[in-house]
Write a protein that binds this ligand. Structure first.
Ligand SMILES: Cc1cc2nc3c(=O)[nH]c(=O)nc-3n(C[C@H](O)[C@H](O)[C@H](O)COP(=O)(O)OP(=O)(O)OC[C@H]3O[C@@H](n4cnc5c(N)ncnc54)[C@H](O)[C@@H]3O)c2cc1C
Length: 315
């Protein structure tokens, strides 16, 4: 398993339960990247209908984990609320309830008065809201290390501060991985390297269209409760944390980290009509620049590891 974010940790957890022998290598520390910095919402509301079955399953898994591991995960079904400033937004919410009904969710539309009654002292002047009481929140920077510790107890071997530099391929098949601490023999590899996955796979000629974006989240000190769940309108989003503070963020604003390879990936994501296929033929492969192909050499992400480690130990 390459990567110790929530995806790597939980995939390792499930694989070891199936009787496989699993080694997880993490270049920094468990949940040192996205998986500890996200908003911590476990949300069905507002999803694309095709995502709803997997979100319902995800919520069921969180409930099972919370029942098994207790309060520490910070899992609470305190609901998700989308707030509308315009009738157009309310119409959009209403249209989405068709999907919630089809999937037997407890979503409902709230009037302005009902929404205001749930948000103590709010002065947003919203016209109404979409509300799913069964949606939940958890504490990312606590939950993922806890889950990793439990995965270790079940037999997953976890190595932090151990970047995987590349795959060892023999006869067209994976025979192992080359890490900064040496080679690990294996016959299957799961790349759960988050924002680094495209860079990692590019070295082996695998094209993964992926954009890196930068988004900011602020965390307040503990403060009186105005709402126990998570809420968003088109200006900001927030959720109550278990420590009594709030995490606050602009709901959709994310800045693309510009790189030539990233820009080219946008083109690879375009629909495949004939004109674009033609244009694509003239594009260079979606491969990061300047990446060493010799596995004995640290790749750019490996070279970043000391800085990632020092910032991790500083935080
Ligand atoms: C601002 C923000 C808010 C979000 N809010 C939510 C939310 O409310 N709810 C929700 O469900 N999702 C949310 N997400 C999305 C969620 O955080 C991600 O989908 C999830 O954390 C991805 O997990 P991951 O394990 O794939 O990646 P990561 O957490 O990024 O983990 C990848 C790991 O791989 C390691 N790695 C990379 N390359 C190597 C290598 N070569 N060798 C060894 N290790 C390597 C990295 O160090 C990293 O620790 C949010 C994301 C952001 C950015």
């Amino acid at each position: 398993m390459i990567g110790g974010g929530v995806i790597g940790v939980m995939t390792a957890w499930h694989l070891v339960q199936k009787g496989l022998s699993v080694v997880l290598c993490e270049k920094g520390r468990i949940a040192g990247e996205q998986s500890s910095r996200n908003w911590g919402w476990v949300r069905q509301q507002g999803r694309d209908p095709s995502e709803l079955p997997i979100m319902t399953e995800s919520l069921a898994i969180w409930k099972r984990l919370a029942a098994e591991m207790g309060e520490g995960l910070g899992f609470r079904q305190t609901g998700v609320m989308y707030l509308a400033k315009t009738q157009r937004e309310i119409d959009g919410f209403e249209a989405w309830t068709e999907h919630s009904r089809a999937h037997q969710l407890d979503t409902r539309l709230l009037t302005a008065t009902e929404a205001a009654a749930m948000l103590k002292g709010a002065a947003g002047g919203w016209k109404g809201a979409l509300w799913t009481a069964s949606d939940a929140r958890a504490e990312p920077w606590v939950a993922v290390p806890m889950l990793a510790a439990a995965a270790e107890e079940r037999g997953v071997l976890i190595r932090e501060a151990c970047a995987v530099r590349g795959l060892d391929i023999a006869g067209g098949k994976v025979a192992g991985v080359v890490t900064e601490a040496g080679r690990v023999a294996c016959d299957h590899v799961v790349v759960a390297a988050g924002a680094w996955s495209r860079l990692f796979l590019g070295r082996h000629g695998v094209k993964l269209p992926q954009l890196s974006v930068l988004a900011s989240v602020a965390a307040t000190e503990p403060m009186p409760e105005i709402f126990s769940g998570a809420a968003a309108d088109d200006d900001f989003a927030f959720r109550r944390r278990a420590d009594g503070g709030y995490s606050l963020a602009p709901p959709v604003a994310a800045r693309m980290i510009s790189s030539s390879a990233g820009c080219l990936c946008v083109l690879h994501l375009l629909p495949a009509d004939p004109a674009q296929r033609l244009a694509r033929r003239h594009l260079p492969p979606c491969r990061p620049q300047g990446l060493s192909r010799r596995l004995g050499h640290a790749a750019p992400l490996g070279r970043m590891t000391p800085r990632a480690r020092s910032s991790a130990s500083a935080s």
